[in-house]
Structure formats: C-alpha cells, structure tokens
Design a protein around this ligand. Structure first.
Ligand code: PGA
Length: 258
C-alpha cells in the first residue's frame, strides 16, 4: 500500500547510530565537523546517537545547528536501583530529543523482549522524547516466509496500549537483522514491501492511516544505496550504523539527493 494519503512529502529523517564507538572527545570533534558541513539543512531531520558518555557534550556542541541527539537505549524507570542503566529523564537533561528503542543488538545480545521494549517506549514518550522504535526479522524468519508475521507481532507487542497521539511522536525503523553490519542491505523492493506493511499495520492498530509517521530503513545503508532506497514511496529516511562513523560518508548520505 503506497503512502498515498499524504500529498506533502515528509522531510527525510536521517539518523546515525554510533553504537559503542567514539569517546566524548572524538564525538564532539565529529559533531562539530558535521555541523560545519551540514549548516542550515532545514529540509531534513538529522539525528546522531552517540554513546551515553558523549550525549551531554555532543548536544551542547550542536546547539543551534539543527542536528538532534538520540540515546541508544534507556531504562523504563525514572530512577532506582538499576546498576548500569540510564533513564529517559537523564537523557532529556543531557540534551537528547530522541531515543532508539528495541535495536536488534539490544534484543539479541542483551535479551530485550517485546514487553520491556513496550515499557521503554512508554517511558520515552512520557518524558517528551521521540522514540525511534526498531523492528526487523532475522534471516531464518525471512527464509521461512515469516517476515511480515514477525514485523506484525513486534509492532503489536511493542506498541501495545500506546495512543494515537503517542504513535504520531514515534519513528519506526525497519531493520532486517541480516542486513545490519553485513554490507548486504535489503533491496529497495524488499524494504518497500516491509514499509508498506508496517504503515498498513499502524493504520489498523491506530484506527486511521498514519501517513505522518516516519518509517525509516536501517541495515548497511551507504552513500551508494541510499538514493534507491529513498525513491521508494514508503521509505521516509534511514538509520545508519557503520557509514555514520565517517563525516564524509554521513554527509553524503544526508545529502543523498543534492
Ligand atoms: P549498519 O547498522 O548501517 O552498520 O548496518 C545499522 C543499525 O544497526 O542501525
């Protein structure tokens, strides 16, 4: 189902997920170089997600640049005896505007389940941050023809009892697990099929076609493949890992159509 409900095209939403890369010093130097290159890029949303230790310094160094900062993960409680965790309120104070929730590395390496992800999404939304909610099938699911069933289940469990207003603040990232860090991106056709399904499912869940919700693609996005992905009607942006760690490569991705 193409995104025919919205006659005005959405601003491209381009986010870089740095994972466990860059010290605070390296991150600030990178952010300043990026801000210099991307001055006044008002026609797209640009977000970077440094490690926790760099959030505060990076948000300060990006003040006035229009580039926003995201946390890569958060706990659902505001505070408490949760050694090693960070809350949404802390991320807000550190200058974040978004939080990535449910990334496949969190699900796979740290055992995050849909129910925890749902709690995290609610906490992020209550704190005023915008969640970037990641879903995606693994290779076994795809080979068995279960891709859309898996996406449907992750959406229903992850977004359980969210309101229509909540969903309008949310960015959905479709990240097929087999495409992350492998150099093997989904084809534009595979990604479009998943994105159209996600949009259709959101429409059913929230009782209207939510054409205004960005659905972005992640998994081996590069300066070489971004354009063909962004040409798809239901792909509104990208979540970039490896290729966001280099200023030149990330700038080329942000400026994919210029
Ligand atoms: P990648 O990572 O671009 O390195 O494949 C994407 C992600 O994990 O968000």
């Amino acid at each position: 189902m193409p995104n025919t409900q919205d006659p005005t095209p959405m601003k491209p939403f381009i986010a870089g997920n740095w994972k466990m890369h860059k010290t605070a010093g390296e991150a600030v130097a990178f952010a300043q170089a990026l801000a210099g290159e991307l001055n006044a890029a008002q026609d797209r949303d640009i977000v970077i997600a440094p490690p926790f230790t760099a959030l505060h310094a990076v948000s300060r160094s990006l003040a006035g640049s229009g580039i926003k900062v995201a946390a890569q993960n958060l706990h659902w409680e505001r505070e408490g005896a949760y050694t090693g965790e960070i809350s949404a309120a802390m991320a807000v104070e550190a200058g974040c505007s978004y939080a990535i929730i449910g990334h496949s590395e969190r699900r796979k390496l740290f055992g995050e389940k849909d129910e925890e992800i749902n709690r995290k999404l609610k906490s992020v939304l209550a704190s005023g941050l915008g969640p970037i909610f990641c879903i995606g099938e693994n290779l076994e699911d795809r080979d068995a023809g279960r891709t859309l069933a898996v996406l449907g289940s992750q959406l229903r469990k992850g977004l359980d009892s969210l309101t229509r207003r909540d969903i309008m603040e949310t960015v959905i990232a479709y990240e097929p697990v087999w495409a992350i860090g492998t150099g093997r991106a989904a084809t534009p056709g595979q990604a479009q099929e998943a994105h159209a399904f996600i949009r259709q499912t959101l429409g059913k869940m929230f009782d209207a076609p939510p054409a205004g919700i960005p659905v972005i693609y992640g998994g081996s996005v590069s300066p070489g493949n971004i354009r063909s992905l962004m040409e798809q009607p239901d792909i509104n942006g990208v979540l970039v890992g490896g290729a966001s760690l280099d200023v030149d490569s990330f700038v080329r991705i942000v400026n994919f159509d210029k």
